[in-house]
Write a protein that binds this ligand. Structure first.
Ligand SMILES: Nc1nc2c(ncn2[C@@H]2O[C@H](COP(=O)(O)OP(=O)(O)OP(=O)(O)O)[C@@H](O)[C@H]2O)c(=O)[nH]1
Length: 851
């Protein structure tokens, strides 16, 4: 039987066989205990009841519409997977016959309810996945599953979760993101089971209060009028912002209309700040896209710069957002011109949305029509998920910001949209009174006289300050952390508990965090560096000549040494009267304590530490997989590379020595385009992993075991890709190594791209015939099937045949080859950690050699 692996006929695997019916041979084997039918085309599994000894049945990724009733005969069943089918209803009378069922996957179907008799599995069921279905209310039978340890309900339409679910001891893992939850709000759920439980406990002591709050992000090109609108809305009058007062970084303010609280995040329009946008552009917000109508022309370039760029970025980053385009400077245009521009912008946005939809449909159809569609199931699913996301674009409002009545009109429009539950289902959150009390007390502290401008506070100190207040005397650390976590997620404060250096620091004024970013990520940084005062230089034991060197290194290599950063930061903090926090931000002088600034910049992949030191520890006696690779610390000054400021392009090309037709060559394509800042963050990630590297504006050369790998960025409309090349290796080991290297870099790219949920990335190998435009699409890389079955691939366009190892990660077969290894899985789990097959290599940071 094809694809069958037999173990005394107890176990049969028939995945990806394009089966439409169960093969009779399988059904004639009543001793079978495990049957895997993953990724086929089954509409039913008629006859399955003959396999009365089955313990494990996998029918995921098939075409089942009607729940297979025969499953009720499989009374020994322990594991059942029916995910990724089209099941709408599960009848009563099935689960009551499955008392041993431990593991049940029903995700990605069309279910809206579960049968009552699921409760019969209460003694056994430990894992249940009903994510990506159509549940509007929480399925009550689940509450009786006393031994349930893991529950997935993501991406349904749940508004409320029952408190009883969290009261038992068993539940260890619970996931609910992607639901319009009010009670508890999604920001509370993200804090985990304990936080949810605490939330319900506090709800018990008083009735929940409705909180209507929405983060509002003002985006748009420079000088569009974002700050003007923001300030005018807040002050309820036309409030023109002088041109010189440009937003630096992001400004945040709070504002109320009726009983809605708006948190305004006003983003600076200059390109340099786009690098930090990924940190602050978050889902579940109202996006106000501000367009200067006076500047806008009805041609494609103006549209791309002032509107298209932002729409594309929102597509990729927060694909489910609601966007209100606002056209400013209406007073500088004729009435008819305003109308023309308004309809031009709306028509072009509509065309963009249609283009995106049609692209996705095209990709999906391609996968479905491909030769082996079952090896593209994961890609297909991701695309389907993207297709279900909708960027809602509201009708453009044209305003004259100098006119009070226009501001009032805009305010009314915003309010009307926010009240629309269809558009903003999660605006209303039910909160225990204590959440509001703690929040109010924090706001009081931030506004008090004693509070320093920066608003940074130690967590323990904050707790003691709060609990000094009579009504919060019982506040404990856990509850405070719960509330802080919530306030962080809604954007009122900033608390990065996941960054080790910052876990005990709360930024009560989120703007201060942005101020810290701005110290090094800003426009005209070179001028800033040049203007460091002599006093500051002296205090840092530096000379004017050092300062010139810093400027030179920055302009030519986008690098700053530690001393330069210290001087720059000290100088800027002095200007703002905040010199007292210098040590805290920068760490101590020995460079060993990293300080908050670099913890932040490195966490968000905005800079890379480049240490001029001898490579790896020469004293290290051995390298042990899974353990930290110890390195010697360099004696010299640390340098930091800021990829945003890179402007050279030639350096890498020189080291690489030009492309060669023989190179192994793949491309990762991006649709709709490579997001702003993506390549820079990729550089930081990849270079912190591969110690030897060269970087330039749009290229990078990584070296591993002496072998180079080139990555080039090409970001053109309808042609956005990263190209990966390495020299054609000799011999099977060489191929294995080269493909491992390529795959590791592809996985870094894929891992990073997950941060843009609306971004589609696919990998292709160009045909190796010079001039032939054909490309070979790569199948799912985390699928269980090997990437390629054949040894030779034929190009469908030019007809030439190539060894598969030249196109895909397949090692050439050798006559004396040892028995097949288990399939190798690669994945990059996080910054600097990678797993290759059975052994895992954990490298926290390799030193950088300056070769
Ligand atoms: N006449 C007129 N001027 C406006 C209008 N809206 C904004 N302005 C002016 O346009 C200039 C730019 O406005 P800002 O609000 O600073 O623009 P921004 O989008 O915040 O700009 P960045 O800070 O660079 O991101 C200011 O001088 C405003 O006074 C408008 O509707 N009519």
């Amino acid at each position: 039987m094809p694809g069958q692996e037999q173990d005394c006929l107890r176990e049969v695997t028939l995945s990806t066989q394009r089966l439409r019916v169960l093969p009779p041979a399988v059904l004639s084997n009543p001793t079978l205990e495990s049957l895997d039918l993953d990724r086929n085309k089954l509409r039913s599994i008629t006859g399955i009841s003959k396999l009365g000894n089955l313990k494990k049945l996998i029918v995921s990724k098939n075409e089942i519409v009607d729940f297979p009733n025969e499953i009720q005969s499989l009374v020994y069943l322990e594991k059942l997977e029916l995910n990724q089918n089209q099941i709408r209803v599960i009848p009563e009378g099935i689960f009551c016959h499955l008392p041993r069922l431990k593991h049940l996957r029903l995700n990605n179907n069309r279910l809206g309810a579960l049968p009552r008799d699921l409760a019969a599995c209460q003694g056994s069921l430990q894992y249940l996945n009903i994510s990506n279905n159509l549940f509007r209310t929480f399925p009550q039978p689940v509450l009786q599953l006393a031994n349930l340890q893991e529950l997935h309900v993501q991406n349904n339409a749940l508004r409320q979760l029952p408190r009883e679910l969290f009261q038992g001891q068993a539940l260890k893992m619970f996931k609910a993101n992607g639901n319009p939850l009010r009670e508890p709000p999604i920001e509370v759920c993200a804090g985990g089971i304990q936080q949810i439980l605490n939330y319900f406990n506090h709800l018990q002591h008083g009735s929940g209060q409705e909180d209507k709050r929405i983060k509002t992000m003002f985006l748009g090109a420079s000088l569009a009028g974002k700050s003007t609108i923001c300030k005018s809305l807040k002050q309820r009058q036309a409030k023109l912002v002088p041109k010189e007062e440009r937003t630096v970084g992001i400004e945040i303010s709070e504002f109320r209309i009726e009983d809605f609280t708006f948190l305004f995040w006003d983003f600076a329009g200059q390109l340099e700040y786009y690098m930090t946008h990924h940190v602050f552009i978050t889902p579940q917000a109202l996006v106000i896209l501000v367009i200067n109508l006076h500047m806008y022309q009805t041609n494609d370039d103006a549209f791309k710069d002032l509107v298209g760029f932002w729409i594309n970025n929102l597509f990729m980053r927060v694909p489910n957002s609601v966007v209100l385009p606002v056209g400013t400077h209406a007073d500088c245009c004729r009435k008819q011109e305003v109308e023309e521009k308004r309809s031009n912008i709306m028509a072009k946005i509509t065309a963009m949305l249609a283009e995106r939809k049609s692209n996705l449909t095209h990709f999906i159809n391609n996968l479905e029509a491909s030769e082996e569609p079952e090896v593209y199931v994961d890609q297909w699913e991701k695309l389907k998920e993207m297709e279900s996301c909708t960027l809602t674009i509201l009708d453009l409002v044209a305003v004259n910001c100098t006119d009070h009545s226009d501001i009032k009109k805009l305010e009314a429009t915003i309010l009307e949209h926010v009240k629309n539950e269809e558009l903003f289902p999660e605006v209303v959150r039910v909160l225990p009174p204590i959440y509001r009390e703690v929040e109010a007390a924090i706001v009081n502290i931030t506004q008090s006289e004693e509070m320093a401008d920066h608003g940074m506070m130690d967590l323990q100190y904050l707790l003691s300050e709060l609990s000094r207040q009579e009504h919060l005397a019982n506040l404990d650390k856990e509850l405070l952390q719960d509330v802080l976590r919530y306030l962080h997620r809604i954007g009122l404060i900033v608390w990065y508990e996941e960054i080790k250096h910052l876990e005990s620091t709360v930024f009560l004024q989120p703007t201060f965090l942005i101020t810290t970013f701005k110290l090094l990520v800003r426009d005209r940084l070179a001028q800033q560096l040049e203007s460091i005062s002599v006093d500051t230089l002296i205090a840092e034991h530096a000379t004017i000549r050092d300062r010139s060197n810093w400027v030179w290194a920055f302009k030519s290599k986008a690098m700053l040494c530690h001393q330069a950063v210290r001087a720059l930061v000290k100088y800027q903090l002095c200007l703002e009267g905040m010199q007292d926090i210098f040590e805290e931000i920068m760490g101590d002088k020995t460079h060993r304590g990293k300080g908050k600034l670099f913890s932040l910049l490195e966490h968000f992949e905005l800079c890379l530490e480049v240490r001029h030191a001898k490579a790896l520890n020469p004293q290290a006696s051995e390298f042990v997989p899974g353990r930290t690779w110890e390195t010697t610390r360099g004696q010299g000054d640390s340098w930091y590379l800021f990829p945003t400021y890179l402007n050279q392009t030639e350096e890498v090309a020189e080291v690489w020595g030009g492309d060669h037709p023989e190179d192994l060559h793949i491309r990762t394509y991006f649709s709709p385009e490579i997001p702003e800042g993506f390549f820079h963050r990729f550089l930081v990630k990849a270079c912190s992993f591969y110690s030897t590297h060269w970087v330039a504006k749009a290229t990078c050369l990584l070296v591993c075991n002496g072998k180079p790998l080139l990555i080039k960025e090409n970001n053109q409309r309808a042609y956005s890709y990263l190209e990966l090349r390495c020299r054609k290796p000799a011999g099977a080991t060489g191929f294995r190594f080269a493909w491992d290297f390529l795959m590791a870099v592809v996985f870094i790219i894929q891992k990073l791209s997950e941060e843009w949920p609306g971004l589609h990335v696919c990998v292709k190998s160009p045909c190796r015939t010079a001039g032939c435009p054909a490309e070979l699409t790569w199948p799912d890389m985390d699928g269980k099937t090997p990437v390629t079955k054949e040894d030779v691939k034929t190009c469908g366009t030019c007809g030439h045949r190539f060894g598969a190892e030249l196109l895909l990660s397949k090692v050439p077969r050798q006559p004396e080859a040892p028995p097949a290894q288990p399939p190798v899985h690669y994945y990059v789990t996080s910054y600097g950690t990678t797993t290759f097959g059975p052994s895992s290599v954990h490298v926290t940071r390799q030193n950088i050699s300056s070769e």
